[in-house]
Design a protein. Structure first.
Length: 207
């Protein structure tokens, strides 16, 4: 248990450090672009392109729309994700939130890879149970593989770190909730176990 906790702590620190590094890099970019340190830059959005003209970094509140982004291109969604799910997938997809206030990094193919925002977008396989402030890292096909966030639930807050399997299932989840549920969910399906503490009468099975 101690080893698992140490690994989770290192993972959280890595995510926090990565976010801080990206923030510093963007500040340096603005300064080197000719803005004095005491200037205030006001903009609703910023799109940074790579050497080939592809949109790769979106900044804004919310982030601006990008023609290359798969998530907001229904035709590409049908093509790349639609075949993996039942026919009703596209009907559900219409209600997903794709916006975020913060920073979004796209792959060269237009898939969301890293999001730091408030709130972060819904996963491409379903809606979040509550608006979540935090960080999400996706694989090369745009599927969420890990996320760290804070969510309001019934006037309280839940903090969670999730690590997902290649089957798009949560394989390891670290939970810290204001109602007293604190622990780690390990595994998937019926073999999933909970290690931690919970209020009397609370069922914790990951469902």
């Amino acid at each position: 248990m101690g080893t698992s906790a140490e690994r989770l702590t290192r993972t959280i620190r890595w995510l926090q450090g990565y976010a801080a590094l990206m923030t510093v890099a963007l500040v340096v970019l603005f300064v080197r672009g000719g803005a004095a340190m005491d200037d205030v830059i006001r903009a609703r959005g910023l799109i940074i392109e790579d050497a080939t003209g592809r949109e790769r970094i979106l900044l804004g509140a919310p982030v601006p729309e990008a023609a290359d982004r798969v998530r907001t291109d229904e035709a590409r969604v049908r093509e790349v994700w639609g075949p993996r799910f039942p026919d009703a997938y596209m009907d559900f997809y219409q209600d997903y939130s794709h916006e975020t206030n913060g920073m979004l990094i796209l792959s060269e193919d237009g898939f969301d890879r890293l999001v730091v925002g408030d709130p972060v977008p819904d996963p491409n396989i379903g809606r979040r149970s509550a608006p979540t402030t935090g960080m999400v890292i996706n694989d090369v096909e745009g599927f969420e593989r890990t996320g760290y966030g804070l969510s309001p639930v019934d006037g309280r807050y839940n903090v969670g770190l999730g690590l997902d399997t290649d089957r798009i299932e949560e394989g390891l989840v670290l939970l810290l909730e204001d109602d007293g549920l604190n622990g780690v969910l390990v595994g998937t399906g019926p073999d999933r176990i909970f290690l931690g503490s919970a209020p009397r009468g609370t069922r914790v099975d990951g469902s």
